[in-house]
Design a protein around this ligand. Sequence first.
Ligand code: SF4
Length: 361
Amino acid sequence: MIHKQFTSNIISWYYSNKRALPWRETTNPYFIWISEIILQQTRVSQGLPYYQKFVAAFPTVQDLANANEQDVLSVWQGLGYYSRARNMHKCAKVISAEFNNAFPESFEKLLKLPGIGPYTAAAISSLAFSNPTPVVDGNVYRVLARVFGIENNIADAKSFKLFFDLSAKLIDPKEPGTYNQGVMELGATVCSPQNPDCAYCPVEEVCFARTNKKQKELPVKIKKKRNTNRYFTYLVLKQNGKLAMIKREGKGIWEGMYEFYLIENEAQTEINEISSSVLSHLLEKGCVIEQEEQLPKHILSHQTLYSSFIKINLKTGNDWNKFLAENGLVLYSQMEIEALPKPVLITNYLNSVSKSINLQD
Ligand code: SF4
């Protein structure tokens, strides 16, 4: 009963409250796919003009497949993180050559395409083809944990199945895409992490957290103690030819060494799933991700490090001094960085990008 009420309230709320966006007015998988890729770590207001420019330049998947890479990258220019554009181009070529320009409909087949992860595959499958494939992202975890009083730790990879299975029961088979978008939109606009606006929530009557005043306790997110595999994402912040680094504090093998701003994840994490207030702040301020670089795994005596580096130019026009200082970061020139003590991992990265990172500009 609660399940039915939840689903129908979400759907009718979504119809009257959704933000009007062009990719929400279509079931064309090509347009939905473009919007999902553009919106990875990009705000809607920033991504919208790029979406419009992109679909105007390449109106079909075939047009994109036939385009040359330079043209694709020049339309993408300014949005940053160019591997997204390169992967889209690659993916369009596969769809053109192997699927006769028609997107595959199933989640499993979509997942095999270049640059498409579980979240994007579920979004395309449900929004474009009305398959009842649940989308589970941070918003969905939060809304469901609160409404159904789920106390499982969402940082534990095993919890994904529980939320996926519950979503599979809740999803409306007639309108799976609307349901998926509705839950995500509710999490993005009403059921926010810090101050959920329960008085305006369409499911407040059935919400466990609202009834029991447990909004602050749910969802439960407890990071596990370190295991032998560790997953690092470094933010490489660049300004006027200098890079921001931080001195590592505390006990440990890297004590006193210099590195970039570190986000440690529980598992290998797609860029759009990284949860970091620092990264969110940078994107809010209009900075764009310029490049993502993955290094081969780095084996230490007691742990294996999987690391990726996200390069971001600090947007001019903002005063970054306070932000850098608050996060323990200091800008260093290339010569200064060479003289700093650094973990081998950081040196490997700097060597691998020495040509492309261009500290002279
Ligand atoms: S009632 Fe409040 S806590 Fe519950 S889902 Fe709505 S906004 Fe979130």
